[in-house]
Design a protein around this ligand. Structure first.
Ligand code: PRX
Length: 649
């Protein structure tokens, strides 16, 4: 601990956090230094914990200008073998791999051992093969949070198919766009999902999507038993279709740089990008980060509340935990069903040791009062984690004090879909904590803060967060559009990976992520491109123009604020506002539902026609005093009318 002016912010690592830990403060320094001075040696050693068909001799081979990223290039492995078979082969087949807690607390808990997991993954893999899926094919997975979602991902990895998981909250339009973009002929889904007692029409959404784009085959898991339409020759019930498949399916040997999965994520412009991760680097990165960040110890129960439709679910429900032979809990439901104590009830019921969730959930539960937490025995908890958006110190302290009883470390992990795994965090046992700060870079990570012109900023300062060296889990490209990958991440600051986040570094070299500096907003930890919501709005026949910005929201972190101008002759009304909200839900999905619709006769534009978003952000934030220079506006009076519109709401 230093005596800097930030000393008041420190929260000491609880004494018990160090017991049995795999990384002390001194070891962190040693590993971190070596990961930079001898990256090949360091990462070869980490990779050595995995089984390779052919061990890599080439380790790091990358350049950010021109952009070409390769890790472990001559290595051959299969990530499914490493996540599943390896543990069975080592005699750990009876260890529980996945615990399934259903939406309904009275429903059936499933405990799936590594042995059973292998059998299930083999069955799914052979079903996919029977359907016609071959190595390199893209398979869309649109599933509820049930173990079969994980089986499907692992089955793809086993046979060398590339999975593209789509979050169950996305609309048919969004599914169609993603299926089309990666030309995925195959879809794995379920009849319906279940969340908070509500049924989600997954198969019906797939059917609607396939009215727009073709697919050769759909495997359907019977989950709720709800009525669904099945198209002859295209749709197959999984339980029937997989009945006669072989109980044997070898793991396909994959080159380290063979694609593993595509995951669509929002950016500041255009349609969502299909971020591509490859096999070897991602395996090493998720195995190593899970091991050190969560300090997992055999026999512990680990629970990450994310959905497999997001990168957190990929890396820290499925791959990271399973590569480490851990026992991971999969929860189908939501934090407030049947009551606001559901998370804590599940922690008590399953004696959860490591709990990993998002600030939005913490804030929402905090608001409901401590009673929901204190009525449960949470003494099993040993580590608490946070991910997805900046955590405000108040929520951090409640998480630490009320949930963790002040006795367990809280780690705030900063990372992104594109980074594959955790990049900045404090390590339990190694680092004291500061509420609101993610902490220190993980092994091999070189953060750099730059000003808007790209000038490197040293010392305690704030700037735009870049990463100057490659790491094994880094995304390799945007599927089918490498130029977009280069433009999005490596052109703002040439030769550096630009994260899109703003960040402060304090005198103790702790990093504080301040949020996106581009046109991406973070709603309840979900990334949303403002351009996507704008495109959805202007598709409505009554909408002429739309500009969307984020604004502070107590629970969600950021809310979606939409400025809308209507076609000539159309009048604003509450009914139209409701209709537009519904419209966006249909076009993108419920997660994109506008929080605030602001009808305005005009948008603030420069004389060259560019919308001045800076002004729109300030007005949405109710910050009218700091609008800056408005003299370049074509019609400065627009601002007055916008402010008036904002104040009248
Ligand atoms: O703005 C940062 C925020 O989430 C963005 C990445 O979103 P996504 O790709 O959906 O991945 C989310 C889960 C890893 C980042 O650019 N973010 C993520 N974690 C944190 C965070 N912001 C602050 N603190 C975090 N711990």
């Amino acid at each position: 601990m230093s005596d800097t002016d930030t000393a008041a912010e420190w929260v000491r690592m609880p004494a018990n956090a160090g017991q049995g830990t795999i990384c002390t403060a001194a070891q962190y320094e040693e590993h971190y230094a070596r990961s930079l001075s001898d990256p090949d040696g360091f990462w070869a050693e980490q990779a050595g914990r995995l089984d390779w068909v052919q061990a890599p001799t080439a380790i790091a081979d990358w350049s950010f200008d021109p952009v070409a990223i390769k890790w472990f290039e001559d290595g051959v492995l299969n990530i499914c073998h490493n996540a599943v078979d390896r543990h069975v082969d080592a005699g750990r087949g009876d260890t529980v791999a996945l615990i399934f807690e259903p939406d309904d607390p009275a429903g059936e808990v499933r405990r799936i051992t590594y042995g059973q997991l292998k059998a299930e993954v083999v069955r799914m893999a052979n079903a996919l093969k029977k359907l016609g899926v071959a190595k390199g094919d893209r398979v869309t997975i649109y599933m509820p949070m049930v173990p079969e979602g994980a089986f499907a991902m692992l089955a793809c990895a086993r046979i060398g198919a590339i999975h593209s998981v789509i979050f169950g909250g996305f609309s048919p339009e969004a599914i169609a766009g993603r299926v089309e973009d990666c030309r995925s002929d195959w879809i794995v889904t379920a009849d319906e999902g279940l969340r908070g007692g509500k049924r989600i029409p997954l198969k019906a959404n797939v059917d609607a999507a396939l009215g727009k784009v073709p697919a050769k085959g759909v495997l359907v898991l019977k989950h709720t038993g709800g009525e669904v339409a099945m198209r002859d020759g295209r749709d197959h019930w999984y339980h029937e279709f997989s009945q006669d498949v072989s109980g044997d399916c070898p793991c396909e040997p994959m080159k380290a740089e063979d694609p593993l999965f595509i995951l669509y994520t929002s950016g500041s412009t255009g349609k969502p990008k299909g971020v591509l991760h490859t096999t070897g680097g991602y395996a090493v990165w998720t195995e190593t980060t899970f091991r050190y960040v969560f300090d997992y110890r055999p026999g512990e129960i680990y629970w990450c509340t994310a959905d497999i439709g997001w990168v957190t679910g990929h890396s820290y429900i499925v791959y990271g935990p399973l590569l480490n032979g851990a026992t991971a809990l999969m929860f189908e439901g939501v934090p407030n069903h049947p009551d606001h104590d559901r998370f804590w009830a599940v922690c008590e019921k399953h004696k959860v040791n490591i709990f990993y969730t998002a600030p939005t959930a913490i804030r929402a539960l905090m608001r409901e009062g401590d009673g929901h937490v204190t009525k449960h025995d949470l003494s099993s908890l040993r580590l608490l984690g946070s991910v997805g958006e900046p955590i405000n110190p108040e929520a951090w302290r409640w998480y630490s004090d009320t949930v963790g009883k002040g006795a367990v470390p809280v780690i705030d992990t900063w990372w992104q879909t594109e980074t594959g795994g955790v990049m900045i965090t404090t390590l339990p046992g190694a680092h004291d904590m500061k509420p609101g700060s993610a902490g220190k870079p993980f092994f091999g990570i070189c953060p750099q803060l730059v000003d808007n012109e790209g000038g490197v900023l040293e010392g305690a300062t704030s700037g735009n967060l870049c990463i100057t060296r490659s790491w094994p889990g880094q995304a390799r490209t945007v599927y089918g559009d490498h130029e977009r990958f280069v433009q999005t991440y490596f052109s703002t600051y040439k030769g550096k990976y630009f994260t899109g986040d703003g960040c402060r570094r304090d005198a103790d070299e702790y990093y504080w992520i301040t949020g996106r500096v581009d046109d991406v907003i973070n709603v309840s930890g979900h990334r949303m491109g403002t351009a996507e919501v704008e495109s959805a709005l202007v598709l409505h026949p009554k909408v002429s123009e739309a500009a969307v910005v984020g604004y502070p929201h107590d629970i969600k972190g950021q809310g979606i604020y939409c400025y809308v101008t209507l076609m000539e002759g159309e009048e604003p009304s509450d009914d139209l506002a409701a209709e537009l909200r519904q419209w966006v839900r249909k076009e993108i999905g419920p997660i994109a539902t506008p929080d605030h619709l602001h009808f305005t006769p005009a948008l603030p534009k420069t004389r060259s026609g560019k919308i001045m978003r800076r002004i729109l952000r300030k007005i949405a934030e109710n910050d009218f005093g700091a609008l800056g220079d408005t003299s370049t506006l074509a019609d400065p009076s627009v601002v007055e009318s916008l402010i008036e519109g904002r104040q009248n709401r």
